[in-house]
Ligand binder design. Structure first.
Ligand SMILES: Nc1ncnc2c1ncn2[C@@H]1O[C@H](COP(=O)(O)OP(=O)(O)OP(=O)(O)O)[C@@H](O)[C@H]1O
Ligand SMILES: O=P(O)(O)OC[C@H]1O[C@H](OP(=O)(O)OP(=O)(O)O)[C@H](O)[C@@H]1O
Ligand SMILES: O=C(O)c1cccnc1
Length: 488
C-alpha cells in the first residue's frame, strides 16, 4: 500500500532537481556561496506591449512558511537515497535570502527582472519552481484581464471562469489576479470570502429547466430575491425569455430590483439590439443587458463594432485559462555567484539568438518618467548600485540595436524592484487588494497609448546602462574565447 504523508507544507512544491542541486552544493561546500538569481520573461504575453505583475502576496506566504516538516523529511528519507546528514541540513533549513520584487499591479516588460533572489546558493535554488509557478500564472491572468478591460472600455466586467479553470487554486488565485487586472467582480464566492472581491451572479439555465417554463422560473426567483437578472435564452430569447422577464418585472413592481437580463447564446449583436428595444418599450431603460458565452477579446471588440447593446460582460474560459496563450514563459536565471576567491562573478547564459542572451550582474530596473509629460519614457536597467535618479540626463539605447537611442532630460527615475525579504526577514507590508488594483490602473495610465494598443504595439524601451551593456559584451567575448580555447 502507498504510504500517506501529511500534506503540511509547500516546501516540496519544487522540482526534484532543485533539491538534487542543493545536495551537490551542500556536499561540495558551495551551498552557502552567495548567489543572485533574477526572474524575467522574454516576450510580453498575447502580443500586447506590457505585463501586469501579480503573485507577490502568495510568494510572500510561501517564503514565510518555507521549512521542511517531519513529513517532508520522512518522504525524502523513504524515497531518495539522501544521507542522514543532508536530511538534517534540510530539517534545519530556514530561508536566509533577500528578495527584491516588483510590487503587484506594477507594469513589467520583457527582458527585465521582476524578482531578484539573493542569498545562499542552495536557498535561492530551492525557491525557483514555486516562485515561477505562482508569478507566471498570476501575471498572465492579470495581464489577460487588462486586455479585456481595455476592450470593454468602461463597462462592468465579471469573472465567470471558475468551472473552466485549471482546478481550484487556479480559479481562486486567477480570480484575484483578474481583479488586479481590471475585473469588477467574480462569481466565485470563496474569492469574495478570502480576498474581499465583490461577488455577483445571475442564475443558470437549470432554474428555467427545473420549472420547465420561463415565467414560472423568473417568478419563483423574483419571489425569493430582491435583485433579479433573468437568463432569457433557455427556449427563445425574443419570443419567450424577454417577454416573460418583463411580465414578472411588471407583476413584482417595487418588490424587486429588476437589474436586467442575461443572454448566453445566439447572435449577440442582433439579439442584444432587439432585447434593448423590448426593454425600453416596456419602460425599463435602466435594465441592463448581460452577455456571456465564450467571449474573448476579439469577439467583444467585434460586438462593440457591430453596435451590440451589451452593458455587462461575463467572461469565463477565455480569461481564466488565458486560452490564447496558456503560459507565461518567465525564467529564473543565475546572474552572479561568489567564487572560491570570495569575489562575486557575473554569469551569462549564451544562445545564438542575440535577444535571448541573458544579462549578467545584479540589477535594478528604473522606470523613467518625463516630468513634463508625466508618462513613462522607458525602463533603464542598471547595476544594483548605479543611481540614474541622481543624473541630469540619461542616454538610453536599444540593448541590441544600439543605434536606436535617445537622451532623456528632466525625468524621474523610480526603482521598480523593492525589498520584500532581507536575509530571510519580511520587511514589506503587503498592500490591500484594492490598493493593488488601483496601482495597476494608475500604472497603465502612465503609459503612452502607443505602447498599450492591443494590435502591434510600439515596443516599450527596456534599455541597459552603458556599464551593464559593456559588462555583458565583455562577458560574451570572454565566454566565447574560453569555449574556443578549451576546444582547440
Ligand atoms: N454578432 C456576433 N459577432 C461575433 N461573434 C459572435 C456574435 N454573436 C455571438 N458571437 C460569438 O460566437 C460564438 C458562437 O455563438 P453561438 O451562439 O453559436 O454559440 P454556441 O456556443 O454554439 O451556442 P450555445 O451556447 O447555445 O451552445 C460565441 O463565442 C459567441 O460569443
Ligand atoms: O462561456 P464562458 O466565457 O466560459 O463563461 C462562463 C459560462 O458558464 C456558463 O455556461 P455553462 O457552464 O452553463 O455552459 P453553456 O456554455 O452550456 O452555457 C455561463 O452561461 C457562461 O456561458
Ligand atoms: O452568475 C452567472 O451568470 C454565471 C456564473 C458563472 C458562470 N456563468 C454565469
Amino acid at each position: 500500500m502507498t504510504k500517506v504523508y501529511r500534506d503540511d507544507s509547500q516546501t516540496l512544491h519544487t522540482d526534484m532537481y532543485q533539491i538534487n542541486m542543493m545536495k551537490t552544493y551542500w556536499e561540495m561546500g558551495k551551498a552557502d556561496k552567495k548567489a543572485v538569481f533574477e526572474a524575467y520573461y522574454r516576450e510580453n504575453p498575447f502580443g500586447i506591449g506590457y505585463g501586469i505583475f501579480a503573485g507577490l502576496e502568495r510568494v510572500v506566504n510561501y517564503i514565510k512558511n518555507l521549512r521542511f516538516t517531519d513529513a517532508d523529511i520522512a518522504f525524502l528519507r523513504e524515497t531518495q537515497d539522501y544521507p542522514e546528514d543532508f536530511l538534517t541540513y534540510l530539517k534545519e533549513f530556514t530561508f536566509a535570502g533577500t528578495i527584491r520584487s516588483a510590487v503587484e499591479g506594477e507594469l513589467v516588460f520583457a527582458n527585465e527582472p521582476f524578482i531578484q533572489v539573493e542569498g545562499p546558493l542552495a536557498h535561492c535554488q530551492l525557491v525557483e519552481t514555486a516562485i515561477l509557478n505562482i508569478v507566471n500564472f498570476q501575471t498572465l491572468i492579470a495581464t489577460k484581464t487588462s486586455e479585456f478591460r481595455t476592450v470593454v472600455d468602461g463597462d462592468p466586467l465579471l469573472e465567470f471562469g471558475t468551472r473552466r479553470a485549471q482546478e481550484m487554486d487556479a480559479a481562486l488565485w486567477g480570480t484575484r489576479a483578474a481583479y488586479i487586472g481590471g475585473a469588477d467582480g467574480t462569481s466565485n464566492v470563496r474569492a469574495g470570502k478570502i480576498f474581499g472581491i465583490p461577488v455577483s451572479g445571475t442564475h443558470a439555465h437549470a432554474l428555467v429547466q427545473a420549472y420547465r417554463d420561463d415565467y414560472q422560473a423568473f417568478k419563483a426567483y423574483a419571489q425569493s430575491h430582491k435583485d433579479c437578472v433573468f437568463l432569457v435564452d433557455t427556449y427563445d430569447t425574443l419570443r419567450s425569455g424577454v417577454p416573460n422577464a418583463i411580465r414578472v418585472a411588471d407583476e413584482m413592481g417595487d418588490k424587486i430590483n429588476f437589474l436586467g437580463v442575461r443572454i448566453d447564446s445566439g447572435d449577440m449583436a442582433y439579439i442584444s439590439k432587439q432585447v434593448r428595444k423590448k426593454l425600453d418599450e416596456a419602460g425599463y431603460p435602466n435594465a441592463k443587458i448581460y452577455a456571456s458565452n465564450n467571449l474573448d477579446v476579439k469577439t467583444i471588440l467585434n460586438l462593440k463594432m457591430q453596435g451590440a447593446k451589451v452593458d455587462v460582460w461575463g467572461v469565463g474560459t477565455k480569461l481564466i485559462t488565458a486560452y490564447e496563450q496558456p503560459a507565461l514563459g518567465g525564467v529564473y536565471k543565475l546572474v552572479s555567484i561568489e567564487d572560491d576567491d570570495g569575489q562575486m562573478h557575473d554569469t551569462i547564459k549564451l544562445t545564438n539568438n542575440a535577444e535571448k542572451v541573458s544579462t549578467p550582474g545584479k540589477k535594478q530596473v528604473w522606470r523613467i518618467t518625463s516630468n513634463e509629460q508625466g508618462k513613462s519614457e522607458g525602463d533603464y536597467i542598471t547595476f544594483w548600485d548605479e543611481r540614474p535618479d541622481q543624473q541630469e540626463e540619461l542616454f538610453m539605447f536599444h540593448p541590441v540595436h544600439t543605434y536606436v537611442n535617445k537622451t532623456v532630460k528632466n525625468f524621474t527615475a523610480r526603482p521598480v524592484l523593492r525589498e520584500i525579504f532581507v536575509e530571510g526577514k519580511l520587511v514589506y507590508e503587503l498592500p490591500t487588494l484594492e490598493e493593488i488594483k488601483h496601482y495597476a490602473q494608475d500604472s497603465l495610465s502612465s503609459l503612452w497609448e502607443e505602447y498599450k494598443r492591443g494590435l502591434n504595439p510600439e515596443p516599450y524601451p527596456v534599455d541597459l546602462s552603458q556599464k551593464l551593456y559593456d559588462n555583458k559584451i565583455r562577458i560574451i567575448h570572454e565566454t566565447r574565447q574560453k569555449v574556443k580555447d578549451e576546444t582547440k
